[in-house]
Write a new protein. Structure first.
Length: 194
DNA sequence: TACGTGATCACG
DNA sequence: GTGATCACGTAA
């Protein structure tokens, strides 16, 4: 079952970040399906300095200012595409970054995209998982219940297994870098920094 | 630890 | 226009 708009729209990004653990991200590119279970997320709010939306609307972040339930994909360091889920209401620019997946469907195609044969750590990081699933800038701004990129109900994750920690790679955000808004499934080997 | 890589953003 | 910066990954 695909998650509906109500899962994202009007919802706090921290709550959605936790709720997304265990859910499955699917892509269907040129008819080929790949999917992975979300094992690591980070919440971003326009109210704090780590967010792209902190300084207001720009060409890059404009989809964050729309209603929840669409993707926000952008190019990072000129090389990596990063995939976010927009949450909350229009005008409240909140989002959740997907940082790691556990491969579930179409592993052979993911290996091909990653140019490796070993099914290890190929989706353990925000830049890698988009490459493995074929997500790129053209998916930016698309609702997450369409036919090329979507999210489905997955495995239930008990609250006890959800671990909070500080977000990665945002030292520039000063004290906001300390917010415990990174969520991982404790013990899962596919998280980005074990 | 160092650096590739290119769009983006805040300046003028 | 231009230059600094960057929600990363890999090699070393």
């Amino acid at each position: 079952m695909k998650l509906e708009e109500s899962f994202y729209a009007g919802k706090d990004p921290v709550k959605v970040a936790k709720a997304l653990l265990g859910k499955f991200i699917f892509t269907r590119i040129r008819g080929k399906v790949t999917a992975g279970m979300i094992v690591e997320t980070e919440a971003y709010s326009y109210r704090e300095r780590a967010s792209h939306a902190y300084r207001g609307k720009t060409k890059r972040n404009r989809v964050m200012f729309g209603a929840g339930g669409v993707s926000y994909v952008y190019l990072c360091y000129g090389i990596h595409h990063l995939f976010n889920v927009v949450t909350n209401d229009a005008g409240i620019a909140d989002a959740v970054l997907i940082r790691a997946l556990e491969p579930k469907i179409g592993e052979d195609l993911m290996l091909k995209r990653m140019k490796t044969k070993k099914l290890t750590r190929i989706t353990s990081g925000p830049g890698k998982l988009t490459k493995a699933l074929g997500i790129n800038i053209k998916h930016n701004g698309k609702p997450l219940w369409e036919d090329e990129l979507w999210i489905e109900e997955g495995l239930p994750i008990s609250k006890k297994k959800i671990k909070a920690s500080a977000r990665i790679g945002i030292d520039y955000a000063g004290s906001d870098a300390l917010l415990p808004w990174r969520f991982t499934i404790e013990g899962n080997v596919w998280v980005s920094k074990p």
